[in-house]
Design a protein. Structure first.
Length: 606
């Protein structure tokens, strides 16, 4: 009988050095390649100068670098083999020992040890990949770390260093903490309320770790930045000062294979949305998403892992926040998601802060976060189908669009009453922006039916009306960021394009032909009940409101370009509306035909 030979993986031990060190080469003596310094250098007292400890050799002859990588890979393979052996042993025990006996203290320690080993492996692989590639790129050094890679990738301008890093008095930050918890934490609860207060207390009591400092400083930075009304004002300067102080601890808090590292990055993501001059949100949330997938937070862990209920819930909350921020960022920049919906399998987190059910102990309920997650799932499904995958045929596309609009607006109508009005307005604006976006896939340009065009007009006006109402009492507003400026820019572009390309339809006073209905949505827009003159007035009012929004939100982030661009692009539309209003004689089409004759078409910029 023929026997099957089992091939073992080859050893990675180096039998001889790739290249002699610089000292041995100069002295023309044999080099044994010992690490971290060869024997000859050790005997001569030159261990620190041995090329195994520095980069003094020519490119392509980095003996110590290659050998150290091989040694690390060998060690990791041994750890993997040990982890597999322990898992196999545990599996055998399950067949022999009863479940009640098996899940006692000894097995729990084994599972905890295995989980710890797996975390170590992930961290080691992350360290190895960063250090293995860092030397091959211009500008990187052997000291490049994961935290520095994150910072160098996402930074636009270097954060100014402040000599005044003293924290204000403890009582002075109470309003800022409440601002963060009431407008930010309720939407993105990747840190518990207990953890936030615990970090702040530890910092002020002098017993803080790096994550406590990072959390406290960025909570204050986000709160200050959300209150800033103009880049460079006192609130903005305080925000930058706290954020700059937080970066002193970045090496200790941001590293791969760590839940804490993802939480730390999410705080930086939120700050970047308020300070687009210093950080790129797109890169930060992309890195956070990949780190989240690397440690499996996008999947519910198996029951045998025996995590505490609070640990399960925290995993799910972190995943939800990464998901919500990734989808939001991708849609406002019109880019691809970091991971697909199909790749994730998690249950929604519970709407409480602890595992005991003592809900009354905490001031801020998490229902807004759950509602935002629901909205993002509706948006994600529509965005992936219409913008990121093979689009359905044109007839089926309208069916899919109407279904998505129905899902979104039914969700909007069912928002619980306990959600405060500022948060309700934020969710409303987000849904209206998404409605305009869903009606604007590139495959539908020039082919959108009349009913869809009337819907864009209606959604754009309601978006402008809701957003403008927020500017009058911004201190009580929810968490608005530079992404809302991008949303407003998109809505304004679609509205201006619609008025110029389809003015005769919009202002004719005639009801459009309706497409075949798919359920009760899309609903009849308000414009159907308006006459020609009323439609002109509503269009003019919408332009005024959009300009008001740009004047409010643009200076908050030091971005004046969108306002200037809107004024230039809306000038022709305003002239058209004014001319038609002045000459209107009651007939449905005549004056608009004359006003549009020879008028150049406006092409919105991307």
């Amino acid at each position: 009988m023929a026997t099957t030979r089992k091939f073992e993986p080859p050893s990675l031990r180096v039998s001889r050095p790739v290249s002699a060190c610089q000292k041995c080469r100069s002295a023309k003596v044999r080099c044994d390649g010992k690490l971290p310094a060869c024997t000859a250098c050790e005997k001569a007292g030159k261990s620190a100068d041995c090329s195994s400890a520095n980069d003094g050799v020519a490119r392509g002859k980095e003996r110590s670098y290659v050998a150290s990588l091989e040694t690390r890979v060998e060690r990791l393979e041994k750890q993997i083999a040990q982890a597999k052996a322990r898992r196999a042993a545990a599996s055998n025990l399950l067949d022999v020992v009863s479940a009640q006996t098996f899940f006692q203290a000894g097995n729990k320690r084994a599972q905890q040890k295995e989980a710890s080993n797996i975390d170590d492996l992930v961290s080691d692989f992350g360290f190895l990949s960063v250090n293995a590639t860092a030397r091959d790129f211009h500008g990187f050094t052997k000291d490049m770390s994961y935290a520095r890679l994150v910072l160098s990738t996402s930074s636009i301008e270097e954060m100014p260093r402040s000599t005044d890093n003293v924290l204000p008095q403890r009582h002075a930050i109470v309003p800022l903490t409440e601002r963060y918890l009431g407008s930010v934490h309720v939407l993105y609860p990747f840190l518990t309320e207990t953890k936030i207060y615990g970090s702040i207390d530890a910092v002020y009591q002098g017993s803080a770790n790096p994550m406590d400092h990072w959390t406290t400083r960025l909570v204050l930075a986000i709160a200050h930045a959300s209150l800033s009304r103009r880049r460079g004002d006192t609130q903005y300067q305080d925000a930058v000062r706290h954020a700059s102080s937080a970066l002193d601890h970045i090496e200790a808090v941001i590293h791969p294979g760590s839940v804490v590292g993802i939480q730390a990055m999410l705080l930086l993501v939120l700050y970047s949305m308020l300070d687009p001059h210093h950080f790129k949100t797109w890169y930060l949330i992309g890195l956070a998403s990949r780190a989240m997938v690397d440690i499996g937070l996008h999947q519910d862990p198996p029951p045998e892992l025996q995590l505490k209920e609070s640990e399960f819930d925290l995993r799910r909350r972190i995943y939800l926040c990464v998901y919500v921020l990734d989808r939001s960022t991708s849609m406002v920049y019109r880019r691809g998601f970091s991971f697909t919906d199909d790749s994730a399998n998690t249950t929604p987190p519970k709407l409480r802060e602890d595992a005991t059910g003592a809900k009354q102990l905490f001031l801020y309920g998490l229902e807004p976060a759950a509602q935002l997650g629901h909205l993002r799932r509706i948006q994600s499904r529509a965005y992936q189908t219409l913008f990121q995958s093979s689009r359905p045929a044109l007839e089926d596309m309208w069916s899919f669009i109407t279904t998505s609009l129905q899902d979104m607006h039914c969700w909007l109508a069912d928002i619980p009453d306990q959600i405060d009005d500022p948060l309700r307005k934020l969710l409303h604006c987000d849904a209206l922006f998404s409605s305009v976006l869903i009606l604007s896939p590139s495959g539908l340009d020039g082919k959108l039916n009349e009913h869809g065009k009337f819907l864009i007009f209606d959604y754009a006006f309601k978006y402008a009306e809701t957003m403008s109402s927020i500017s009058h009492d911004h201190r009580k507003a929810a968490f608005y960021t530079s992404h809302d400026l991008l949303r407003t820019s998109f809505v304004s572009e679609r509205f201006l394009s619609l008025l110029l390309q389809d003015s005769k339809l919009i202002f004719s006073g005639v009801l459009p032909s309706l497409p075949r209905r798919f359920g009760p949505w899309p609903a009849y827009p308000d414009i159907y009940n308006l006459g020609t003159l009323e439609r002109v007035n509503r269009a003019s009012r919408c332009l005024d409101l959009l300009e008001e929004i740009f004047e409010w939100i643009g200076p908050s982030f030091g971005l004046s370009g969108p306002l200037i661009e809107f004024k230039v692009n809306s000038k022709l539309v305003r002239q058209l509306l004014e001319s038609s209003y002045a000459n209107w004689d009651g007939s449905p089409n005549a004056n608009f035909d004359r006003a549009l004759l020879g008028a150049p078409m406006f092409a919105p910029t991307n």
